[in-house]
Every structure is written in structure tokens, then in C-alpha cells.
Design a binder for this molecule. Sequence first.
Ligand code: PEP
Length: 250
Amino acid sequence: MKRVPIIAGNWKMNKTLDKAVEFVNVIKDQLPSPDQCRVMIAAQPLFLADMIRAAANSPLQIFAENCYYHDFGAFTGEVSPLSLADMGVDGTILGHSERRKIFHESDELINKKVLAALRNNLSPLLCCDETMGRKVAGNEVHWVVSRILTDLRDVPREDLSKITIAYEPSWAIGSGQSADPVQAEEGCYLIRQTIADMYDDEAAQQMSVLYGGSVNAENASKLMASEDIDGCLIGGNSLKPETFMQLVNS
Ligand code: PEP
């Protein structure tokens, strides 16, 4: 089964509005067609409307970095999935390890967010992390599987095609120390097997699974050569248009 490669940038809380729009203007005419490679950038909510305008008529997909699970209400400071969809945002990262670690997001909360994104026709890019402590203790298998089981609870099979999952060991994020291709493949394979157990083999084969954590132009193609790694989620190296385009082209 042929899955289209994906390169996704996660800008986190970086850039200013003018730099965000400038980036889109620089890369939008250099992108491959979406059947060759899907390219997405996730940015702060304040930039999204202008980025969507700049990306119009290009294959670039614009993502949020997070959203809440209610569409409206007394939730001061939160971002509504309905408002994101209404604005023309394509999808949203959910469950990034920084959200889990710094903002104490649980799998139960992330599951509600996944369901809310799908209800609003936003594509979730669901992140599943793993800590070095767990890896050393040898219980990483249990950990990754249990995250996916909870994060995807009650997701109907027909909605799976809208979801992308990223395996991101938290020790590799922003550390300059990527997982090696064998470790990365292990995590992505495990996620695909969990989808097969929860749904069926066909659903597992159709699911796009990305690796994230210190990906750069040198290690990207080695990582993506692995059978179960369909693309990369990239933080630091997605910030400069030249470096990001090197990754897309690799
Ligand atoms: C991330 O934040 O999802 C990420 C993968 O960051 P970096 O590429 O900087 O490790």
C-alpha cells in the first residue's frame, strides 16, 4: 500500500506575523504536488488567517498547534476547533509532548480534542511521545500502545483517514539527538500495529505515521527509508525556508 510522504513543520511559539507570511510566500511555489508529498506547517493561532491567505492556491496545508474540545463557551484563553475550521485551517497538532509535559494534558483530554477536531473536519496530527526513563525501564511498548488506545477511543473507523500520528520520543525533541532509524521504525511500527489491533490491517496500512525528534537534512532520508515511517514532524529545522525546503526535497 503506497502512502504519500508527509513533511510537517511545527513552529511552536516562534516567529512574528510578517516572518510567518514571508516564509509561506517563499516556499509556496516550490512545493511538490500533494500526491508526491504533503507539506504542512503548524503555527500560532494569531498567524493562521494571514498564512492561509498567503498559501491560497498552493498545496501547503496550514495547521494549528493545539485546540480545545468545546466549540464555544466560557473557556478564557482557549482556541475553538470550530473557529479554526471556519477560518480555513486544515488541521491541528494534538498531544504534542510539550503540551503533555508543560501543560499537563492527559490522554483523556487529548482524546476529547481528537474527537472535537474530527467533528469540525479538522485533521488531527496526533503526537505520541515516549520518555528516556520509560525506554531504559523497558516499558516503552506498553506506554506507546496505551497512549494510542486512549487518544483514539471512540474514533470511528471512517474518520481514521483524516488522522496522522507522529511518534516523537521526548528525549529526541529539540536535543539534536535523533532516534536512530531502527528505534524510530520500532516506535512507528508499534503504532501501526496498535491501529491494526484497534481496527484492522487495512486501516493500519492506510494510516500515515511520522517520526519526530531532531530531524535534519542529513538524517531525514535514512529515517524515511524505513517501512513504517511515512514522513517527519520537524521543529527547529522547519523555521528557515531553505532548510525546510531541503527536507521537503530530501
Ligand atoms: C517537535 O517539536 O515536534 C520536534 C520534532 O522538534 P525538533 O525537530 O526541534 O526536535
